[in-house]
Write a protein that binds this ligand. Structure first.
Ligand SMILES: NC(=O)c1ccc[n+]([C@@H]2O[C@H](COP(=O)([O-])OP(=O)(O)OC[C@H]3O[C@@H](n4cnc5c(N)ncnc54)[C@H](O)[C@@H]3O)[C@@H](O)[C@H]2O)c1
Ligand SMILES: O=C(O)C(=O)C[C@@H](O)[C@H](O)[C@H](O)COP(=O)(O)O
Ligand SMILES: [Zn+2]
Length: 363
């Protein structure tokens, strides 16, 4: 099965995508730095998958400790990040240590940020257990936590040593989470691969039925795109990596305004991408048929296509703190064509308001 590489010079690392890779000693042990390993997981994932992982590490004679966080986006905050530091200090972990994130994007983002900052930086490994984490969050080194006023506002770039994406663990994933992962997969097609988008249209019923071969192909094709983009613009400095943010300015505004955990990240991104498509049509770049086709695909993936009850003022206030903005100017990722995204400076908010109004979001 595929082994991809995120090509970042000395910080390059492999992504292993296959069944039974998450507790595979041959794939895992070469990437452990030092003798101390901290497993970070949550109350849902740990009972399912932590024991075999712990067994492999202990069989290799390593010192293994664990911190199990409560499950949910609402716990991706300072207070719960502190639990990881508490566990590291209580177990007297030094700089020569490895943190392992076993879970979805919440655990991966928090573990990576803890690794970036504990004693000014220790190694970490990503074992993503949601579809979303396998296709997106475990790759590329964006780590961090939320602030009540904005998503992922506190964080660091910190690349993992290896990503072990075990497609077998997707069997226990709830349906709603599977759909959330499909949103980020659809994103890759929209921003840079129309052929992949066609493939997704054709195979969405099989993906929703969790056909293992189709899921593995979707994970591999998505990771290929993410790895290429990250290698081209690791720190999001050249409006290349920013394209991965399609739908996120609207989506993060939904998550922040609704309260973290109410809307799943992938659900908010789904509606956000449809809003970005609507705005792209208003700019004359894509036609109504393209927007309708995206709506159909999102519905086929079990994703929402309607906005929640948020006022336009609250929407725009959250969008005003988006990390892509420069000097207070709104910058959005839009579609010049399907499969061709671009970052746009938006000085006139009127068309944005029109898009929001088209989704029932008004004053
Ligand atoms: N760093 C990045 O580049 C990046 C990219 C995309 C998203 N994100 C972040 O990732 C987070 C969303 O990640 P997510 O969608 O994985 O959500 P999540 O981490 O909350 O996981 C979703 C749910 O699935 C459960 N779960 C995980 N694996 C499971 C399994 N195999 N079987 C059963 N249940 C399982 C979790 O306990 C949780 O309840 C957001 O905070 C988002 O901002 C980060
Ligand atoms: O890796 C990236 O770059 C992305 O933008 C991927 C997004 O799917 C992800 O949600 C990311 O966390 C958003 O980053 P942010 O900088 O907008 O918080
Ligand atoms: Zn995202």
């Amino acid at each position: 099965m595929p082994v991809l590489t995120v090509a970042l010079g000395q910080r390059s690392y492999p992504i292993h995508i296959d069944e039974q890779v998450f507790a595979n000693a041959d794939l895992l042990l070469p990437h452990i730095h030092g003798r101390q390993v901290m497993l970070v997981s949550n109350t849902t994932v740990a009972p399912l998958y932590l024991a075999p992982l712990r067994g492999v590490l202990e069989a290799a004679g390593l010192t293994v400790a664990e911190v199990i966080l409560p499950d949910g986006e609402q716990f991706k905050d300072w207070q719960h990040l502190q639990h990881i530091f508490d566990a590291l200090l209580q177990a007297r972990f030094g700089r020569k240590a490895t943190l392992i994130a076993l879970g979805g994007g919440v655990i991966g983002d928090m573990t990576g940020f803890a690794a970036a900052t504990y004693q000014r930086g220790v190694h970490f490994i990503q074992i993503p257990t949601t579809l979303l984490a396998q296709v997106d969050s475990s790759v590329g080194g964006k780590t961090g936590i939320n602030h009540t006023l904005g998503k992922n506002m506190i964080g660091a770039f910190m690349q993992p040593q290896v990503v072990l994406a075990d497609t077998a663990v997707l069997r226990t994933l709830p349906d709603r989470e599977l759909s959330a992962g499909l949103a980020e997969i659809i994103k890759y097609g929209l921003i840079r691969d129309p052929g992949f988008l066609h493939w997704l249209h054709d195979h969405m019923p099989g993906l929703m039925a969790r056909d293992p071969a189709l899921l593995a192909e979707a994970v591999a094709r998505s990771c290929h795109h993410k790895a290429e983009v990250v290698a081209a613009d690791e720190l999001e400095q050249h409006d290349v990596r920013a394209l991965l943010n399609l739908g996120h300015t609207f989506g993060h505004a939904i998550e922040t305004n609704m309260g973290y955990g109410q809307w799943l990240h992938g659900e908010a991104v789904a509606v956000g991408m449809l809003m970005a498509a609507d705005l792209s049509q208003r700019f004359g770049w894509i036609d109504a048929a393209a927007v309708a086709a995206l709506r159909t695909l999102l519905l086929a993936a079990g994703l929402p296509v309607d906005a929640p009850a948020i006022s336009a003022a609250d929407f725009l206030a959250a969008m005003a703190v988006d990390k892509k903005n420069v000097d207070g100017r709104l910058r959005l990722v839009l579609l010049r064509a399907v499969g061709d995204a671009v970052v746009v400076n938006v000085d006139d908010l009127a068309p944005v308001r029109d898009t929001l109004a088209a989704f029932g979001v008004s004053a």
